[in-house]
Design a protein around this ligand. Structure first.
Ligand SMILES: Nc1nc2c(ncn2[C@@H]2O[C@H](COP(=O)(O)OP(=O)(O)OP(=O)(O)O)[C@@H](O)[C@H]2O)c(=O)[nH]1
Length: 461
């Protein structure tokens, strides 16, 4: 049983391992793909659209005019916003005005509109900034140039982040991961942890985050942290990194391994229980079957304590084999004559001795494949499989003669002569032992009535 249990645990371990690897890949796949989709849909797409529009001739022509046609530019912004279903704006260097999708304009005054003058000075042509603190938005600003490369202003798109953050929150609930957007200065610009959200006053560097600090010096220098596992005293995280090249941003997705651990533990528990249950059922079934066969076998092999002959069960078992083999069979019932008188006159012990010697005499005339049993009292049954009636009758007759000629020698007593009566029957196809015994018994009864010490034959109907 211990061996079986050890195998069970080993199988379970193997199944769990392969399952947990599958489970982990599946979880990773499951948890990452919606995040990638979300980033593409909510962030990369608006950014790319703004980049394409920055190069359109109509926009560049309107923005390149010395005197900006405010109405025409507002119309264009409105049309682009409707066409792409995004809120675009244009900030013009020549008019120092911002043209919004809702047809409003805003003067771009130095000292008041900080982003315009800051991003204008940056070398990158694309910038992203968080704004509108009450309903947080991300703004992508793409520089627009004329054919000569002179700076004309920006085309920008504002993306409301509430949907983005809500979606991330639901993924966080489902998969437990966190995200952190980091700009080219390694500053955290956007994160699922509200405490990390840049608020304009306090900008955190990614290097201040506990998981980043837990990385080795070599890992920190790697171009990508994809598939790096990082351990802090509180958690173990798997990192996935997406580079938003246009913005020079990186997105880190942190998936806690604890949820995977529990998935693996669950898989292990369920497999072990399943395998143990199967082992238990197999064990109990095997036990019951073995016990059944042991009992059957014990019954078959139980010998009569006095004569050492087999019992009825053994004859039944041999008879069933004959039936299965579709064989003919003969059957002889034998009964010691006047046995009561022997018992009464010579005592029970002598009666026993007679039965023992009688059994030996019966066997002496039988063949290897014949089956003999003590049927009860002084009555015996002999099954002769694959034996014709004539042969069985001849065997019965020989045995009858042998017994009648035999003298039982007794200590301090005169020898004792015995005889027996025989009833024989035969079946072309053995079907029912009970039936054959009944017919043979009838023949035996006839032999007794015919004066005993003789053989009688009754054929089966
Ligand atoms: N000594 C001894 N006697 C037994 C044993 N089993 C049964 N008997 C006795 O065998 C006797 C059988 O007697 P009956 O059935 O009248 O048969 P019978 O005297 O042989 O008469 P017939 O069969 O007509 O020849 C009974 O007295 C039983 O008590 C046994 O194991 N040992």
């Amino acid at each position: 049983m211990l061996f079986v249990m050890a195998i069970a645990v080993a199988i379970s371990g193997y199944l769990t391992l392969s399952d947990s690897v599958e489970e982990q890949s599946r979880l990773q796949q499951q948890s990452m793909s919606p995040a990638f989709d979300l980033v593409t849909q909510e962030l990369v797409k608006p950014l790319h659209t703004a980049q394409i529009l920055a190069n359109t001739q109509t926009l560049r022509r309107l923005m390149n005019a010395q005197t900006i046609d405010d109405k025409a530019l507002l119309d264009l912004v409105k049309r682009m916003s409707m066409d792409y279903n995004m809120d675009f704006f244009v900030a013009s260097e020549n008019s120092r005005k911002q043209y919004n999708a809702n047809c409003s304009t805003l003067d771009l005054k130095e000292g008041e509109v900080e982003w315009y003058f800051r991003i204008k000075e940056q070398t990158h042509n694309v910038a992203a900034a968080l704004g509108n603190r009450q309903d947080i938005h991300i703004y992508f600003d793409v520089k627009v140039f004329n054919d000569q490369g002179a700076f004309l202003g920006f085309i920008g798109v504002g993306k409301r982040l509430k949907t983005f953050l809500d979606a991330f929150d639901s993924y966080k609930d489902a998969f437990g991961y966190d995200f952190v957007f980091v700009d080219n200065n390694q500053d955290v610009v956007l994160a699922s942890d509200p405490n990390l959200l840049a608020d304009g006053k306090r900008i955190l560097s990614v290097e201040q985050l506990s998981w980043f600090q837990a990385l080795t010096a070599e890992q920190k220098l790697l171009p990508s942290l994809n598939n790096i596992i990082v351990k802090t005293p509180d958690y173990i995280n798997l990192i996935a990194q997406i580079d938003l090249k246009a913005l020079h941003w990186k997105l880190y997705l942190l998936t806690p391994l604890s949820s995977r651990k529990s998935a693996s533990t669950d898989a292990y528990t369920s497999h072990t229980s399943f395998v143990l249950l199967i082992i238990f059922v197999v064990f109990v079934t095997a036990h019951v079957i073995i016990r059944f066969f042991e009992r059957e076998s014990a019954k078959k092999h139980q010998l009569d304590p006095l004569t050492q002959l087999h019992n009825r069960e053994y004859v039944q078992w041999r008879f069933d084999k004959t039936v299965r083999a579709n064989q003919e069979a003969s059957l002889i019932m034998v009964d010691v004559d006047n046995f009561k008188r022997i018992n009464d006159s010579r005592g029970h012990n002598v009666g026993d001795k007679v039965l023992v010697e009688f059994a030996v005499l019966l066997q002496s005339e039988l063949r290897e494949h014949d089956a003999i049993a003590r049927w009860g009292g002084e009555e015996f049954v002999i099954l002769l499989p694959a034996t014709k009636l004539e042969t069985a009758q001849a065997i019965a007759q020989r045995t009858c003669t042998l017994i009648a000629a035999h003298q039982i020698t007794l200590q301090d007593e005169a020898d004792l002569a015995i005889s027996a009566s025989f009833g024989v029957t035969y079946a072309v196809k053995a079907r029912s032992l009970e039936r054959m015994v009944k017919v043979a018994d009838d023949a035996l009864y006839e032999a007794k009535h015919a004066g005993k010490n003789c053989v009688r034959v009754h054929k089966m109907n």
